[in-house]
Design a protein. Structure first.
Length: 111
């Protein structure tokens, strides 16, 4: 089991932030037809995935990192969509999302 040092926690948080930035920029790319948002989106994803690779290299198990990211990144991206893009925040939508995250967390804990 890896020890969660402040460096590991910061790399994990930064990876989530970069991936959420990439997802947030996707609508601005207009189908990858706008140069600046498209390049920024690609760079954000590259940074986020690069940090994930560094985390794996530091000893975090893929079976823990990937389910964590699969739960946290969509939650953050949906929050950005609600706050900045005017998407609806229905109870059913949020309940299904949280339920899916719980299932991902449970599935990753099974050995």
């Amino acid at each position: 089991m890896i020890t969660l040092t402040p460096t590991i926690i910061m790399m994990l948080a930064a990876s989530v932030v970069f991936q959420v930035i990439g997802l947030s920029l996707m609508p601005l790319t207009k189908g990858v037809t706008q140069l600046v948002p498209s390049v920024a989106c690609g760079l954000a994803f590259l940074a986020g995935l690069g940090l994930m690779a560094r985390l794996l290299n530091s000893g975090i198990n893929l079976g823990i990192l990937l389910p964590f990211m699969a739960a946290v990144v969509p939650l953050c991206a949906i929050t950005v969509g609600i706050l900045f893009y005017g998407e609806s925040a229905s109870f059913i939508k949020l309940s299904l999302l949280v339920s899916a995250c719980l299932v991902i967390g449970f599935a990753s804990s099974i050995s």
